[in-house]
Design a protein around this ligand. Structure first.
Ligand code: SAM
Length: 308
């Protein structure tokens, strides 16, 4: 089986992880197993890997793609928001590296009935985990105009959030992706440039359905507490909202004091436990962007555990 998804910045991920003999690594966003496969192919070292994905279809695909390495990998259909529990259950208490490759995979985007794309008509779904109750349909059809406006503004940074929210509410019930995209185009108008006018709204609704930003914080927190001294946390994000959370998280974890700067005396007793591996965020080069346009917006940050 050939994966649809090309892993982004995979050489840089492997470099940032700094694989060690006997090391245990966790891929928190397994997808079709792209990064996990590249990591395993890159080394003869006896490493072990745990892969998690909240999407059961992704885990099934990863099982096939990683069939040559099943003695080294454990694959679980679980959310990284349960990272600590799930890892402990299989005896991985401390690990040497953890990767997060945020957002959605090409397999999900191209899935014909998953509702992530406005290019194919499908019911409004957008769930990573299809046993979850909340779908895009609920957001689009049941939120108030004000709630919709906030979602589009905050999670999509959509400048026409107000107009789009009003149009959606007037057009209800909205049943399919193409119907929703048409409403958005009519409300916001066609804009110059390559980005389709519905892109930001679809991103915002998807992020709301899957509670993505809150999950990132939960995942990073648990991950950084599972690293052994010298262990590496590697995160790839695809837009500024995600990257801001990752950047702030590493910044805070790298400080000896997180008190309000206006306070004269420190009372937080916070101790730095991570340090940035790179001075600057790592971006794909021109060649990778040409080969895999999806990598265009990727930003990689890596941090190392300095205290346990
Ligand atoms: C960009 S894709 C990962 C692609 C993968 N690195 C590869 O190269 O094949 C992101 C994946 O994260 C998964 N995901 C999103 N939220 C998750 C969560 N809370 N827990 C586990 N996986 C999650 C999605 O289902 C998706 O498969």
């Amino acid at each position: 089986m050939t994966p649809i998804h090309i892993p982004v910045l995979s050489k840089q991920v492997i470099e940032a992880l700094g694989l060690r003999p006997g090391g245990i690594y966790i891929d928190c966003t397994l997808g079709e197993g792209g990064h996990t496969l590249r990591i395993l192919e890159s080394t003869d070292l006896p490493i072990k890997l745990l892969g998690l994905d909240t999407d059961s279809h992704a885990v099934e695909a990863a099982k096939k793609n990683l069939s040559g390495y099943l003695n080294q990998v454990t694959l679980l259909n679980k959310s990284y928001t349960n990272l600590l529990n799930e890892s402990k259950k299989i005896g991985f208490n401390q690990v040497q590296g953890i990767i997060f490759d945020l957002g959605l995979s090409s397999m999900q985007l191209q899935g014909t009935n998953r509702g992530f794309s406005f290019r194919t008509d499908s019911p409004l779904d957008m769930r990573f985990n299809d046993s979850q109750q909340l779908t895009a349909w609920h957001i689009v059809n049941l939120c108030t105009e004000m709630e919709l406006r906030e979602i589009l503004k905050e999670l999509g940074e959509e400048p026409y959030a107000k107009r789009i929210a009003r149009s959606i509410v007037k057009s209800r019930p909205v049943e399919t992706t193409v119907q929703l995209a048409r409403i958005i185009v009519q409300a916001a108008g066609r804009r110059k440039g390559r980005v389709h006018p519905a892109t930001r709204s679809f991103q915002a609704i998807r992020m709301k359905v899957n509670d993505e930003l809150n999950n990132i914080e939960k995942g990073l927190d648990q991950a950084s507490n599972m690293l052994s001294k010298g262990g590496r946390l590697v995160v790839i994000s695809y837009h500024s909202l995600e990257d801001r959370i990752v950047k702030r998280f590493i910044l805070n974890a790298s400080k000896d004091c997180i008190c309000d700067p206006r306070v004269l005396e420190c009372s937080c007793e916070h101790k730095a436990y991570l340090k940035n591996v790179y001075k600057k965020v790592v971006k794909p080069n021109k060649r990778e962007i040409e080969l895999n346009p999806r990598s265009r917006s990727a930003r990689l940050r890596a941090a190392e555990r300095i205290e346990t």
